[in-house]
Design a protein around this ligand. Structure first.
Ligand code: SF4
Length: 202
């Protein structure tokens, strides 16, 4: 069974999410943020079709939207937002609708897509691009051998969680739990108590 590229992103955010996705599936509500994200994607696709590639610091090239990629060899599948083809060079592009900076899980999601593109075109991908839409910022990401190796390690760890059916340790960073869409399923996390303690004035 192939894993999804989004699993890589989720594992880096918190390994416990893999448990909720594969071992003990929970039903999450579709949030307003998810719905508006879809609309933003569509609007952006339309805009992208008309723009030049200057923002990506690339010369003329072809944009390809929403390519479904899968590789039995790597054990991954997913749909890439966009990639740019310039003279047989391939650049995966992921849109991120975050006001914050690019994070590690965004980086490795992009590296995973780069690896899938390599299989698809039988080529070597050396660079990918994260497009932080609200900030209108492009972050180049180098696709290094170490980064590829790290993706393979994560794939192994995800498979271990699925095989063992054991719930991973909870996330130690309270901020991550506070922003997590699975937090109401994590019964052993009392972030609200911590928050109250933080706000206490003695
Ligand atoms: S609430 Fe915290 S521990 Fe639970 S899945 Fe989310 S990040 Fe992980």
């Amino acid at each position: 069974m192939n894993l999804k590229v989004t699993d890589i992103k989720q594992y880096i955010y918190c390994p416990r999410i893999i448990y909720f996705l594969y071992i003990c599936p929970v039903s999450k509500k579709t949030t307003y943020k998810m719905e508006s994200g879809k609309v933003e994607h569509m609007v952006l696709d339309k805009l992208e079709e008309r723009r030049t590639l200057k923002r990506y610091r690339l010369a003329e090239g072809e944009r390809v939207f929403h390519t479904y990629l899968e590789s039995e060899r790597i054990g991954l599948q997913g749909k890439l937002d966009m990639h740019i083809v310039v003279d047989k060079q391939y650049y995966p592009v992921e849109y991120k609708f975050t006001e914050r900076s690019a994070s590690l899980n965004h980086k490795y999601q992009l590296v995973s897509y780069a690896m899938l593109l390599e299989d698809y075109y039988r080529c070597t991908v050396r660079n990918g691009l994260l497009y932080l839409v609200p900030k209108n910022e492009i972050i180049p990401v180098e696709i290094t051998p170490n980064a590829r190796e790290f993706v393979y390690e994560i794939i192994d760890k995800i498979r271990q969680i699925i095989r063992s059916e054991r719930v991973p340790e909870r996330q130690r960073k309270v901020n991550k739990c506070r922003d997590c869409e699975y937090r109401r399923f994590c019964g052993d996390i009392d972030i609200w108590t911590k928050e109250r303690v933080d706000k206490c004035i003695f």
